[in-house]
Each structure stands twice: as C-alpha cells, then as structure tokens.
Design a protein. Sequence first.
Length: 124
Amino acid sequence: DPCLFRTLRIPSQAVDSALQRCPTWISLVMVVLECRNEPDEPPCVDCIEVQDEVGRAVDKFEAYTLEAQEQFDVQKLLRGVVIGGTVRLRLSSDPKLLAPILLYLEQSEANSAEVYKRRQMALG
C-alpha cells in the first residue's frame, strides 16, 4: 500500500549530516519524518530501504520489534546514505510494535523533562 511509505530524497549536506549523527533506528526514523515535515507521525517503522542517486535499492533493513530496533547497528544502514540518495520508510500500524514504541517515546520524554528540570535547578 503506497500510503504506508514515506520517502526522503536527501537534498543537502545538512540533512545528510543530521542522518549520519543518528545513533538508533528510532532516531533515524524521527529525523526522516521531521525532514518531511511530519514530526507528529509516530516513528513506527518496520522496514527501511536505502536507495542510491538513481533510485536503485542499495540496502533493505527490517526490524519488527522494538528490541530488534534497539539492537540494530544503524551504521550499517548509514553507509549507503548519501546526498541525492533516498531513505524509504515503511510505516507500521502493528500494535505489537506501535505500543512499545509509544511507551518508549513517553519514557524518553519523561527522562528529558527530568534532565531539563535538574539543569534548571542547578542554574538557580
């Protein structure tokens, strides 16, 4: 189904640099969605395809659980990401993947809020 895919052609050094700094599967998905002006889309993706400058598939990676995504070596994926190339995401609405990702995001947001609060207190 075409509506399940999100595609980002890497237009610039800035976008490439942002992608290259992603340490995890979820962070990469979040950067792609943000670059597509879809930051509110849940980063629930079970497949990422990397294409070269002419649209040929270079690599395809699948991770169907949050655990698999957390253990995934994102550097393998990033080797094929270049300016002019494309990152193609397949969105998933599978509750077995979506629920843990939403919980992960909620916990991550709570952790960030706690760090922000501690820094505010330390600064006076």
